[in-house]
Ligand binder design. Sequence first.
Ligand SMILES: *Cc1c(COP(=O)(O)O)cnc(C)c1O
Length: 218
Amino acid sequence: MSVSENLKKLKDSIPSHVTLIAVSKTHPVEAISEAYNSGHKIFGENKVQEMADKCEQLPKDIEWHLIGHLQTNKVKYIAPFVHLIHSVDSLKLLQEINKQAAKNNRVINCLLQIYIAKEETKFGLSFEEAEQLINLTELKKPQNVKIVGLMGMATNTDNAEQIRNEFRSLKLFFNKLKIQNSELKILSMGMSSDYKIAIEEGSNMIRLGSIIFGERNY
Ligand SMILES: *Cc1c(COP(=O)(O)O)cnc(C)c1O
């Protein structure tokens, strides 16, 4: 099936409160154009340079989401246009985003990336660290950055119960934070292999790549 057919099928099946990010990393601008021409305008990339290059070549009304690890020294390249950064995992990074957003006269929306997987390699904050970061920003109130939710990735496993438990723990944490912080609205969890479980467990933003664009050959 084509990219636009894949998208249509997905959109017909996911609930309307769930935002679909089409993860276009490693795929050429032609594939993004096909999705765009079929009406989809929200795309996710995990590398700064790739996202900036694609942004330049494609229509300006695309919403670009950075979903991969972000180094402080690269924030400046995406600050002029990025719509949402899913991968904030330190105060230092948040401060740099605030600084670069100010230079561009904007407010950049961010998610805190939370570590929920039982794997050594994934980036992210623990629940405690995330809570501390949110408390700090409530005290200091940076003007050009806003934490609007959380992002998490489940363990890459066939064990559906484990994936479900990991998503569930993040949703519970999200609910708890929301009591104090009304700006938290987005819970970004779910990829091609686990998005159905993620939606059942309360996700309202899913990041799908291979199920739309096909397998990636790195
Ligand atoms: C690549 C990636 C995705 C999409 O993965 P698929 O398995 O292709 O759907 C989602 N989230 C993040 C953070 C990614 O890096």
